[in-house]
Design a protein around this ligand. Structure first.
Ligand code: BEZ
Length: 180
């Protein structure tokens, strides 16, 4: 995965717009892979679903808390992506009170599929979702790769360790191998 260019995808986001009145003052805004990745060094982490326990209890809040530590290692942004639509991702980010981590809705799974990380989670009634991974992406190219073991469809377990923020941070501080 090291050296791979991230796929060029258009994401359908929902953004707050003060000009819109009423109970749902949001509008669609398309964002491309370039908008998120071009000219920046970022951490991207991808997980099986918004609101799921490990993601909500550990992975998202821990990335949020450690943002300053990542910045100190030369990271400009932290992105959380999931095969969920913009409404779900925004609701999850709001419920978690995140200010530092930015969520990316990959509702159709196109980015995840083109990254080679799409797996079936029909055993949980989820359909096609992302295998859990994290990456350091520098100007759109994978610089470091952290993939959970056991990539497979309908996996009985949900391994979590390689893509945890603590592990990514440790590798940024003292790079071991290419981790790819
Ligand atoms: C979790 O994050 O705990 C989780 C993820 C996918 C399915 C079930 C649970």
């Amino acid at each position: 995965m090291f050296g791979k260019k991230v796929p060029n995808v258009t994401f359908r986001t929902r953004v707050h717009d003060e000009a819109i009145e009423g109970p749902n003052p949001f509008r669609w805004e398309d964002k491309t892979s370039d908008d998120y990745f071009k000219g920046k060094r970022v951490v991207l982490f991808s997980l099986p679903g918004a609101f799921t326990p490990t993601c909500s209890t550990y992975q998202l809040p821990d990335f949020e808390k450690l943002f300053a530590d990542f910045q100190a290692e030369g990271i400009d942004d932290i992105y959380c992506i999931s095969v969920n639509d913009a409404f779900v991702m925004n609701a999850w980010a709001k419920s978690q009170g995140v200010k530092n981590v930015k969520v990316i809705p990959d509702g159709s799974g196109e980015f995840t599929r083109k990254m080679g990380m799409l797996v079936a989670k029909d055993n949980l009634g989820f359909g096609m979702r992302s295998w859990r991974y994290a990456a350091v992406i520098n100007d759109g190219t994978v610089e470091m790769w952290f993939e959970e073991d056991g990539f497979s469809d309908n996996c009985d377990t949900d391994p979590y360790g390689a893509s945890a923020p603590q592990n990514v941070l440790e590798n940024l501080r003292t790079p071991k191998t290419a981790a790819a």
